[in-house]
Design a binder for this molecule. Sequence first.
Ligand code: GFB
Length: 308
Amino acid sequence: MDKNSKIYVAGHRGLVGSAIVKNLKDKGYKNIIGKTHAELDLTNQAEVRKFFKEEKPEYVFLAAAKVGGINANNTAPADFIYENLEIQNNVIKAAYDFKVTKLLFLGSSCIYPKLCPQPIKEEYLLSGYLESTNEAYALAKIAGLKMCQFFKKQYGANFISCMPTNLYGPNDNFDLNSSHVMPALIRKFHEAKVNKEPFVEVWGTGKPLREFLHVDDMADGCVFLMENYDGEEHVNIGTGKEVSIGELAKMIKEIVGYEGELKFNTEKPDGTPRKLLDVSKLKNLGWKHKIELKNGIISAYEWYVNNK
Ligand code: GFB
């Protein structure tokens, strides 16, 4: 990519897309384009093809997807499989037909098998059964990853993929029904503090382990891969460190300054017990995360307070 290359960030207003745009601008890239959902419906094949034909982007970050936390995934599987397949089929095929130089597709650590060995190496994909709470999303994302691989294999298209761990940061979704755990707990503890509530409900047992990456690091890793990686296999992006949901809740409680109790609601699902990425491949390529969890939560909380 050179600084004047035309770069399309699909999903430029979302958690990941907005961070990618910021990272690209900070690095001096000048020709970045994005379209809002109202301007371009990525599930509409004709609209997507018209956009690629007219705009002719040279590089594509495919950060648009239907995403959500454990409850959203578990209760709307039809929407998750359909919308994600539509978006990625349309964008990947249009990128090929309209001669995009390079495309980066985003998977997710939740698409590895539920019980695969830890830390999770890239090669463990498709080696076992999926986690049931996000099976629909996982099937769509696996198809996208494989589609990029197959376009590379059959046609030589430079379409690569990465596999991010659980992400958080500015522009996250703070809706308690559909969000991930980090924004949900930031909001719950903040509101409980303001309203002087006696306890905060934490879903599940608090025992599952999760790895969290700040989205600014994620964006930096994505741009790094776009600049430096052309391999067929996807690349894990994470910190290589994990924390239990119970420990995470205590950290957020402390950062927010809430003094009440935690109540674990075991009627709610735990999801996968553990999903820690092996990040040695990316490390060997020369990239490592910079933002540690505590500082990341402090800045995410600050963003929430200023933008809620
Ligand atoms: O972040 P989260 O929704 O997604 O939940 P997953 C992580 C863990 O936090 C689960 C617990 O064990 C939840 O039960 N948790 C505790 C909460 N309190 C809360 C809360 O108030 N809200 C939420 N949302 N969780 C998702 C996948 O799995 O991971 C997606 O479903 C996605 O497909 C994403 O890829 C990265 O880590 O379980």
